[in-house]
Design a protein around this ligand. Structure first.
Ligand code: HEM
Length: 528
């Protein structure tokens, strides 16, 4: 109002001329005071939920955008309990759920009341396509049913030779790098290596397609995913803003250009893969890759009168599996190498277990032939299992997911209205003392031999739970173990202290990745 009067007086306008200024000023005042001060405190239906105190105009926005994804909420949950409310600017309320009852309700009992908010999906769709990850309701249930056979235990067992083949090829190439360096040890940035290996793995086992990114690090498809993870200041800021204002994806900027370029490359590759796979299926309808299994299931469902998946939906599934299926596992494997590099005792113990169960990996003359050999099941190694679970608990590659209620509901004993936005932060839940005990913040693989009774399935949110939980969980677990067996049998490693500590710069963009990767100093393991 003051601004409007000042404007009128200063420029000699009548009160009528100042109407637009009044309107703007009034709206700003409404937003600033009514929405951020009055509503959350006096009128919001969420006001009874334990709330994090903060300055009303911008709430807890600063710690959320400046700290690692999930860390502020981890602290707030410890202080205020299992269901908390906090605010983004202008009184925009958010909930975070970290108690067993609340998580179970949102993820398993009433999951279809909690779809991903449209705003959150807009960014993801550009890179991951509109596949099973982003479908909702009936569409999701149908797609999930169709996709399921591609991830059965039987299917995963049949992919194991591919996991081994790519894992062994990766360490062979890394070893060559070490020899080229002419030193007794060399620095390896493992995140990029794992990304190349997992991209090749999903290409071959997912679609029967050789991507070959281990052989050629500069492939456009790998470059496309690199472009999505640009962490300069402008990209981070714009990425944050896009979560609230998706239309900013049209602003001319480096980040938007990068994402558009990446999207074009990924769509073209997915289309190429689908066309080629369909052509191959005519000659070999019983191939065992995920895409063939999905197509078989889709055909069977069509015969029962179901509508079936269109070409575009199938192409989008490929985009989903390419994206969701390689970066996640690569990031998990890289964080595990980091944790082993700073816990040399754990590293030595797990390597000895690999040596005991798989001595041929330490044999100089060993040559892998995927057509004639079956290699042991990595699930038979209990300590490796503990290490992987603990690493995935300690640093979950996907640190959070977001949901929005469709209808009013009750969560953890509180009524929440429709359109309430809730977060499920694995990076907070996985470290809650009420689940894991007092040493929740320690990396301790042995805990998995003797879990407290409170460590219920919902205490481990790395793969989410319920019908929207990760369909590729078993695939990822086996793949990650095999990649680690290959790496452990070839190299001993310590953190390269000349490079930034990966834990100091964890950046979030779908996955929680170390900004500068994970670099370790490697020495070859003695092979006889
Ligand atoms: C360590 C590796 C992985 C982690 C930590 C992980 C984690 C997750 C999480 C947390 C979700 C739920 C996302 C949400 O709803 O917001 C999810 C969903 C999904 N994941 Fe994974 N994932 C991993 C590997 C994989 C792999 C290897 C594949 C495929 C080959 C895959 C395919 C999917 C798909 C298709 C969904 C959507 C499921 C649905 O909504 O029905 N993931 N994953």
């Amino acid at each position: 109002m003051g601004v409007a009067l000042y404007y009128a007086r200063q420029y000699g306008h009548s009160a009528y001329d100042t109407v637009p200024v009044w309107a703007v000023t009034g709206t700003l005042l409404y937003l600033a005071f009514y929405r951020s001060l009055i509503v959350p405190i006096y009128f919001s239906e969420l006001r009874h939920i334990p709330s994090v105190p903060g300055f009303p105009l911008w709430g807890q926005f600063i710690p959320i955008v400046t700290e690692e994804c999930g860390i502020p909420q981890r602290k707030w949950h410890r202080r205020y309990g299992g269901l908390i409310r906090y605010c983004f600017p202008l009184g925009t309320e958010r909930l975070s759920v970290a108690d067993n009852q609340g998580i179970k309700h949102v993820t398993s009992k009433n999951p279809y009341n909690y779809p991903k908010p449209v705003r959150a999906k807009l960014w993801m769709t550009r890179i991951l396509g509109d596949g099973v990850l982003l479908a909702e309701g009936h569409d999701h249930a149908y797609q999930r049913k169709t996709v399921n056979p591609g991830f059965s235990i039987r299917a995963i067992n049949s992919f194991m030779p591919i996991f081994w083949q790519k894992g062994l090829r990766m360490v062979e190439l890394q070893h060559r790098e070490l020899i080229r360096s002419n030193e007794s040890e060399c620095s390896l940035e493992v995140l990029e290596w794992f990304n190349r290996a997992t991209l090749d793995i999903i290409g071959k086992s997912g679609f029967g397609y050789e991507i070959n990114s281990l052989e050629d690090e500069a492939l456009p498809i790998r470059e496309a995913y690199r472009l999505c993870f640009n962490f300069d200041f402008e990209s981070r800021l714009l990425h944050g803003i896009q979560a609230f204002y998706p239309t900013t994806q049209h602003i001319p900027s480096q980040m938007n250009d990068d994402i558009n370029k990446a999207r074009a490359i990924i769509i073209n590759k997915a289309t190429e893969i689908l066309i080629e796979r369909r052509r191959c299926m005519e000659f070999n309808p019983n191939a065992k890759d995920v895409l063939t299994l999905i197509t078989q299931e889709d055909n069977a469902l069509r015969e029962k009168g179901e509508p079936g998946l269109s070409f575009d939906t199938m192409r989008d599934q490929i985009m989903t599996f390419l994206g969701a299926g390689h970066d996640t596992t690569a990031t998990g494997a890289a964080w595990t190498i980091h944790l082993l590099s700073i816990h040399p005792g754990v590293q030595a113990k797990v390597r000895e277990e690999v040596r005991e169960y798989m001595p041929f990996l330490f044999d100089k003359s060993f040559k892998f032939d995927p057509d004639t050999m079956t290699l042991p099941d990595p699930d038979q190694l209990p300590y490796l299992d503990n290490v992987c679970r603990e690493s995935l608990r300690f640093i979950p590659p996907i640190p959070m997911t977001v949901r929005e209620s469709v209808e009013a509901d009750f969560v953890s004993g509180y009524r929440i209205p429709a359109n309430t936005v809730l977060y499920i932060l694995s990076n907070a839940i996985n470290r809650m003392e009420w689940f894991w005990g007092d040493d929740a913040d320690e990396f301790e693989p042995d805990r998995w031999d003797d879990l407290p009774k409170t460590a219920v399935p919902n205490a481990f949110m790395t793969f989410l739970q319920g019908p929207r939980g990760c369909i590729g969980r078993k695939f990822a677990e086996v793949e990650m173990k095999i990649l680690l067996c290959c790496f452990l049998s070839r190299f001993e490693f310590l953190r390269d202290r000349d490079t930034p500590d990966p834990e100091d710069w964890k950046m979030w963009r779908l996955v929680l990745r170390p900004r500068d990767g994970v670099t370790v100093k490697c020495r070859p393991v003695l092979r006889v």
